[in-house]
Design a protein around this ligand. Structure first.
Ligand SMILES: [Zn+2]
Length: 180
């Protein structure tokens, strides 16, 4: 009844507020679930204190936890694990329209994977500074990315080879390629 008595602008603002609250509640719910998964991951001894969930239309289609040390795979971060499972579930390499919830701000590798997977939204709980305080410091990688090749700690060498354009030329001419 209160809404009916207000003018159009106030009605608009109230609608937006209600919409935002709904979105926030759903997001908070999924984030709480990722945090529970991250806790369970630590308690089970399977890996680091990280978990991720991928949803489509507010339905969980995949979960992932950090299992780097369990399977000896440095890329087995929670977000990557969840992306791999979601792609398997959807039988697609694109996760358009999906949301990734992470218990912590993604590292540069996972952020890159999130873009490659074309996820629509990213929602995370803990910030990278909290991860740093717990001994998971990816600030170094973020700093390195900004530097030119010659200034990075990683010895990076480019050798120009005449044939280096050949794979691209073959790709351009290929009739069996699947564009992505
Ligand atoms: Zn990561």
């Amino acid at each position: 009844m209160h809404i009916l008595r207000t003018n159009k602008f106030e009605y608009f603002c109230t609608s937006i507020r209600l919409m935002k609250n709904t979105i926030n509640n759903v997001d908070t719910l999924f984030l709480q679930k990722t945090i529970t998964l991250a806790e369970e991951n630590v308690l089970s001894g399977k890996g680091g204190p990280f978990a991720a969930i991928i949803t489509m239309n507010d339905v969980i289609i995949a979960t992932g936890t950090n299992i780097v040390t369990t399977i000896n795979d440095p890329t087995a971060h929670a977000e990557i694990s969840a992306i791999r499972e979601a792609c398997r579930v959807l039988d697609d390499y694109k996760l358009e329209g999906c949301t990734l919830y992470s218990s912590c701000e993604p590292c540069p590798m996972c952020l890159g994977a999130i873009y490659w997977a074309r996820l629509k939204r990213l929602v995370f709980a803990a910030g990278k500074h909290q991860a740093k305080n717990a001994g998971f410091d990816d600030a170094f990688i973020y700093k390195e990315i900004k530097l030119s090749n010659s200034r990075r700690h990683l010895e990076t060498i480019q050798i120009k080879i005449h044939e280096d354009k050949s794979p691209f030329e073959l790709w351009a001419r290929s009739t069996i390629k699947q564009k992505y």
